[in-house]
Design a protein around this ligand. Structure first.
Ligand code: SF4
Length: 321
């Protein structure tokens, strides 16, 4: 576990076998470019739930099985069941973590996998399987339903990676607002995220606006909790191209009367090309941002939309998976 955290970086719980330790059941370690790239930008807390519950390295593999309708973490070679141990370990870990902002876990693992983990419908291998969530990941989802949680394989997809980083850094910024206990900080946060929120989810963005307006004069803690819940709903899914184009049109409206017909046509053509997936979103954002700077549109200059996470983490590579 990281001893010293840098308060200016989000804190991410990461599977230890992703480049930190030879702790897989067979003594392997997996090097992952994204986990490596993120190292300088987050505080990592590394965990290996299977080692922490005493299974050792190397170890006989465990798997998820349905046993009389109960989901169990089962070790076929020994016949042992480790469900209780894993649940206890998870609860104790979460108690000790302090503030965290996301999870980056190893896919397909019966402990760490966040989706599509094999669950055998019986203790015998041959009788088929269904898909589910690893036991540790499942406990983490229950305890931290609002936080971003992804597995390394899915993060090779550009859109999923972009979404993960955007949500991670947004919840990190929001954590600072909560810590401040100041309503004015929440108002500032909401104003700065206006166009990012609009791009993600227009109806949740409106609800968040009403929460911040706080006409009922609720206490900050109550407002912040409600805001966090709806913020998580706003980020529940990847944003659509159409939503982004609506946002672009809003921003375009600020300066469309000030530019030439040729410039307008060029910009609208960029929007269309983005809609057709012919150009990357960063192209459109950069062109729009240049106009915002040129016309010194103060409210827009400070929008998180332009850089929702550190620019050094931008990587438009896409596995297409
Ligand atoms: S997937 Fe999780 S439990 Fe398995 S080796 Fe990696 S960190 Fe440990």
């Amino acid at each position: 576990m990281a001893d010293i955290r840098d308060d200016n970086k989000p804190t991410v719980v990461v599977s230890r076998c992703l480049g930190f330790c030879h702790c897989r059941y067979n003594g392997d370690v997996i090097s992952d470019a994204f986990v490596e790239q993120l190292k300088d930008h987050v505080n990592y807390i590394t965990v290996c739930p299977e080692v922490e519950i005493g299974l050792g390295v190397p170890r006989n593999p465990v798997r998820l099985v349905l046993d009389n309708g109960n989901l169990e973490l089962y070790q076929p070679a020994t016949g042992n069941i480790y469900t209780e141990e894993m649940n206890r370990y998870s609860a104790e870990l979460f108690e000790s973590l302090g503030e965290i902002h996301g999870f980056l876990l190893k896919g397909r693992s019966p402990s760490c996998g966040t989706k599509d983990v094999k669950i055998y419908v019986n203790k015998e291998k041959a009788v088929g399987s269904v898909k589910g969530v690893g036991l540790f990941a499942s406990r983490a989802m229950e305890r931290y339903p609002n936080l971003p949680m992804e597995e390394e394989g899915r993060l090779t997809n550009y859109a999923i990676r972009e979404h993960f980083l955007t949500k991670l850094y947004t919840f990190f910024r929001f954590g600072k607002v909560k810590d401040s206990g100041a309503m004015k900080e929440l108002v500032k946060f909401h104003a700065g995220h206006k166009y990012l929120l609009l791009s993600y989810n227009q109806s949740q963005s409106r609800i968040l606006g009403k929460i911040v307006a706080n006409h009922e004069k609720k206490h900050f803690r109550e407002v912040a909790e409600l805001y966090e819940h709806h913020l998580s709903l706003a980020f529940a899914r990847l944003p659509s191209r159409n939503n982004y184009i609506n946002t672009f049109m809003h921003i375009f409206g600020y300066f469309s009367d000030e530019i030439t017909a040729g410039e307008k046509a060029f910009l609208l053509d960029r929007f269309q090309k983005y809609r057709e997936d012919k150009i990357h979103i960063s192209v459109v954002l950069n062109v729009l941002r240049a106009y915002v700077i040129r016309f010194n549109l103060e409210y827009l200059l400070d929008q998180v939309l332009w850089e929702a996470y550190p620019e050094e983490l931008l990587n438009i590579k896409d596995s297409g998976k």
